[in-house]
Design a protein around this ligand. Structure first.
Ligand SMILES: Cc1cc2nc3c(=O)[nH]c(=O)nc-3n(C[C@H](O)[C@H](O)[C@H](O)COP(=O)(O)O)c2cc1C
Length: 165
């Protein structure tokens, strides 16, 4: 199975998860980058976009012309919705018939800002329904428990992709 784990990360949590997921799946790792949020006044623009839902300019740092059976795409939750670069990448699509899976990272501590809402929105942004989804919380990322969770998510995806599934 030829797989890609494609992620956007602003402060490093999603990057950590994506790296472990890619290792578990034997997948290529690709990054969604957003230069607009890095240069001045990037933080301000980002905060504004969270409210206006404007999609920023993104780039995909991926292996050129690779074909994938499975693309696992993830990023942070912002205001209970997918972060804008993540939403922009899902909408852009172009995964060539690959099966999709979604994940988010989040603090997951406030019932007012639930990550489940972001997962549901990600599904609505694409014509391809995800095979599986997963929510990784900061507490698990900080403690290292996310490694076990990532292994479980990868096993779920392998099973879903197997011919017998
Ligand atoms: C602008 C902003 C909004 C956020 N909103 C939420 C939220 O609604 N719910 C939540 O659980 N976490 C929220 N978070 C926490 C991030 O989702 C969490 O820290 C995530 O792991 C960051 O991923 P990254 O380090 O890959 O950028 C927010 C963080 C930022 C910066």
């Amino acid at each position: 199975m030829n797989s890609l784990v494609l992620y956007y990360s602003n402060t490093g949590n999603t990057q950590k998860v994506a790296q472990v997921l890619a290792t578990e799946l034997g997948a290529d790792l690709g990054e969604i980058t957003c230069d607009q949020y890095l240069s001045f006044p990037g933080r301000l623009l980002m905060a504004l976009d969270v409210f206006t839902r404007r999609r920023p300019r993104i780039d995909l740092v991926v292996k050129p012309s690779a074909q994938y059976d499975l693309v696992v795409i993830g990023g942070p939750v912002w205001a209970a919705r997918p972060s804008l670069p993540l939403a922009a990448a899902i909408e852009r699509g172009g995964f060539g018939g690959a099966a999709l899976a979604h994940f988010v990272t989040c603090s997951g501590t406030s019932p007012k800002w639930p990550p489940e809402r972001a997962i549901a929105e990600m599904e609505s942004l694409s014509d391809v329904p995800p095979l599986a989804t997963h929510i990784f919380r900061e507490a698990g990322i900080a403690s290292g428990a996310f490694r076990q969770e990532a292994a479980g998510f990868a096993a779920e995806l392998r099973a879903a992709m197997s011919p017998a599934a």
